[in-house]
Write a protein that binds this ligand. Sequence first.
Ligand SMILES: N[C@@H](CCC(=O)N[C@@H](CS)C(=O)NCC(=O)O)C(=O)O
Length: 232
Amino acid sequence: MIKFYYHPGPNPMKVALFFEETGLPYELIPVDTLKGEQHLPEFRAINPNGKTPAIDDDGARVFDSNAILLYLSEKSGQLGGTAETRSELLSWMMFLASGLGPYSGQCVHFRHAAPEQIPYAVNRYRREAQRHYGVLNAHLAERTYIVGEEYSIADIAAWGWIDKANVVLGEGELAEFPHLESWYDRISQRPAVARARVIGQDVPFQSEMDDRAKRALYPQNFPENDTATGTH
Ligand SMILES: N[C@@H](CCC(=O)N[C@@H](CS)C(=O)NCC(=O)O)C(=O)O
């Protein structure tokens, strides 16, 4: 059975939603990133980048959420669009992996986690996140889904981050992108979303941002420990 390495967060949630949409069996393997478990050698063997999500499919490892979605859609023959929509699907998957995700993540970091407020960084990442929201909003003006006429892994990949709009941009700001908001509401009503949201609820993941958690998540703030080689 596929092992699914999970910690609650926007990128793992995409994979959780895929599993719940398709019914593909999986075994949940919690990785408590606040405890630093992403840095353990046994997890680095599954994801050398030391982040969740990752999967192990009978010895084949796949890391990075959009790579996992592409892999699983190919494996299962589900939610991967059609030959005609392949060019669009790949384009949007890469746009989401290299644009919406990283800019949203950095926006959250500089707005909520950075030890000092740096207005230039906040403005840069917030504006870029907003710009990506704008691209999706314009694209969805007359569409139900991101690619073709069908729900696909592109919707799942975007949903993981748009679900965090209140934290990325601010409370209620998704309303400034009405087509994207309608799309988000439509996807969120799917029964699989409710199931994905409760995955791992019985796992006692650490929630306190104590010193160990800060060192695990933001090693650059602890230069004595940060080798920048992934081995700290
Ligand atoms: N590009 C990666 C990013 C993964 C990522 O940033 N995961 C976060 C959770 S949403 C994580 O594991 N953070 C722990 C850390 O940075 O140490 C993906 O799309 O899977």
